[in-house]
Design a protein around this ligand. Structure first.
Ligand code: ASP
Length: 598
């Protein structure tokens, strides 16, 4: 091919105006068609795909090479761009009107036979995809996701830089900060027996940056939480982490909205209107049965206390008399048969409900339901009116403890609701979260984290379970993207919150003395937020889970099928760290066929 650069143009950039140009291309053989004469290669590089034609009559040597190449060989070629003959342009390809007539071709690097096709249409087992992630990343969908993520993060940086934020890195080897999850620990070799924690988030460091006078901070921060793998989580994930001094909730919300609009626009989607709607936590629970409502469809929860207050339907009346809730959703024209309705009731039980009453509204406003015979005409009319239901609608009614009943209906709503309109983006702020949540053991835990400011301090001490926090969540299409809060900047108040949580002054001093001390040096009022970047892009790119937007994720069980991490280490490494494996751990390693350190 002679001297000169390997590449002078991107395969995907060639257009009719380049006809006649001499180009050098380099990339991968996406496909090869050899009909015994002219050989066609589809050449792919990061910019796209172009058709290459190797004619044995014009370039016998190149044709010899072309006969030998296979899928995903890495090749370089020199040739001339020309228009494709009339009628055989490929309208599906941006380069479809041209092709490159190769004069020279050489293999830069051959490929073993592939474990799977580099093709978006192929259904490939995920563990296999992850084991060969570098091949998976060549697939158009993954390549597009990586690119979109990069474009989106660049947009975040651009808008925050414009607003005067400083990008500051915080350490990843830290003393543990309580964010509610289990810490990932890193043993210290220099002080055997001691451990760093990997940050669950940069929370306390960003607050210290505010004490340090930074005023506007952000970071694209890696966070680590050693959680059991529930659904869509990873041991490590990325956050857009933000903090501002002399700020309150409205400043943070406005900043985040600007960031979201910039990111969505950068991805060529229609930017959401500002301000984003806001809903108090209590309203979200009452109307949608969840703290992260999906606003792409209605089907809101309707409370039926007044309809059934003096009803002959005893189950509902007694629930109401004992302080319970009767509520329902209008699931619209489901058109379910008897057995379909029974399956729905089974589903409600599987979701933890005690029972579901279904009613189909008939022409004339009567109900097809076991409930029908217990209701007089006025009650029936009141029920239909409460939902604003029309004939054909299926009403689902539940009764019980108020929160449980709302949560059940919220889940059914999500399963039955049909988001209308493709790629709608419905952002929502949920504000006024509680300060604490009651743990299954009956204790109190911070609903956000213990550095969140309560709205009313005496309320927090007298009725902690009722107290409202200056805390807020950002929700997109029913996914919680992130949380934030106005922080406590007064060390005395911080101690009072610890004390409600059952953390004594001594314990607070031992665990957080270093942080409380900083608050005593003129700490400014401050507030902040963190957006889960993986979650954000998985929703924006309409992917079913965050692994599709993470270049090298782990499986649901925390394994990396490519490197096989986590693995056992050699005895010497453990000795240096002052660590002995317990017999159970050794036995487990042997059971898995790993050699335990000798
Ligand atoms: N550190 C919090 C989190 O990771 C976010 C925040 O309050 O800024 O959820």
């Amino acid at each position: 091919m002679g001297a000169g650069p390997l590449r002078t143009a991107g395969a995907g950039t060639l257009r009719p105006e380049h006809a006649g140009a001499e180009v050098r291309l380099a990339g991968w053989v996406k496909a090869r068609r050899d009909h015994g004469g002219v050989i066609f290669l589809d050449l792919r590089d990061a910019s796209g795909v172009v058709q290459v034609v190797v004619d044995p009559a014009a370039a016998p040597e190149a044709a010899g090479v072309a006969r030998e190449v296979r899928d995903e060989f890495c090749v370089a070629l020199a040739g001339t761009v020309r228009l494709r003959p009339a009628g055989i342009a490929n309208p599906d390809l941006p380069t479809g009107e041209v092709e490159v007539a190769a004069a020279a071709l050489r293999v830069l690097s051959p490929s073993d036979p592939l474990p799977f096709q580099i093709d978006d249409r192929a259904e490939i087992d995920e563990v296999r995809r992850l084991a060969y992630r570098y091949l998976d990343l060549r697939r158009p969908r993954m390549a597009a996701n990586l690119r979109a993520r990069s474009v989106g993060i660049a947009a975040m940086r651009r808008v925050l830089d414009r607003m005067g934020f400083l990008e500051v890195e915080t350490p990843t080897l830290i003393r543990s900060t309580p964010e509610g999850a289990r810490d990932m620990l890193v043993p210290s070799r220099l002080r055997p027996g001691t451990f760093y924690a990997l940050p669950q988030s940069p929370q306390l460091f960003k607050q210290l940056l505010m004490v340090g006078g930074v005023e506007r901070y952000f970071q694209v921060a890696r966070c680590y939480r050693d959680e059991d793998f529930r659904s869509d989580r990873q041991l490590e994930f990325t956050q857009l982490d933000i903090e501002g001094s002399f700020w309150g909730q409205d400043d943070i919300l406005a900043t985040l909205e600007e960031v979201m609009v910039e990111v969505v626009s950068a991805l060529d989607a229609t930017p959401p209107a500002r301000p984003f709607p806001r809903l108090a936590y209590s309203q979200a629970m009452a109307r949608f049965g969840t703290d992260k409502p999906d606003l792409r469809f209605g089907m809101e929860i309707v409370e039926l206390g007044t309809v059934f207050a003096s009803s002959r339907f005893q189950a509902f009346r007694t629930t109401l008399e004992s302080g319970g809730l009767v509520a329902g959703i209008d699931a619209g024209p489901l058109g379910l048969s008897r057995s379909g309705l029974d399956a729905l009731a089974d589903r409600a039980r599987a979701l933890g409900g005690k029972g579901l009453v279904t009613a189909i509204v008939e022409e004339g406003g009567t109900l097809r339901s076991t409930l029908a015979k217990h209701l007089d005409q006025a009650e029936t009319a009141a029920l239909v009116a409460a939902f604003g239901a029309v004939p054909g609608d299926t009403l689902l009614l539940a009764a019980g403890e108020p929160r449980e009943t709302r949560v059940l209906l919220g889940k059914l709503r999500l399963e039955l609701g049909q988001p209308k309109g493709h790629r709608q983006l419905r952002f929502l702020w949920v504000v006024d979260f509680p300060v604490f949540e009651v743990t299954p053991e009956g204790g109190l835990a911070p609903a956000h984290h213990p550095f969140t400011s309560p709205v009313d301090v005496s309320e927090m001490e007298e009725h902690p379970e009722r107290a409202v926090a200056r805390a807020y969540d950002l929700v997109l299409n029913g996914t919680e993207l992130g949380s934030g809060s106005v922080r406590i900047h007064d060390p005395a108040l911080q101690r009072r919150v610890f004390s409600v949580l059952g953390i004594s002054d001594e314990e607070a001093e031992r665990r957080f003395g270093w942080f409380l001390r900083a608050l005593r040096f003129g700490a400014p009022p401050h507030a902040g937020f963190a957006v889960g970047i993986d979650r954000l892009f998985s929703v924006l790119l309409d992917e079913p889970n965050i692994r599709e937007v993470i270049p090298f994720p782990k499986t649901q069980t925390g394994l990396d099928p490519m490197t096989e991490a986590p693995t056992a280490v050699v005895a010497e490494q453990l000795r240096e760290l002052g660590i002995d494996l317990r017999p159970e751990a050794r036995a487990a390693l042997e059971g898995e066929g790993e050699a335990p350190p000798g």
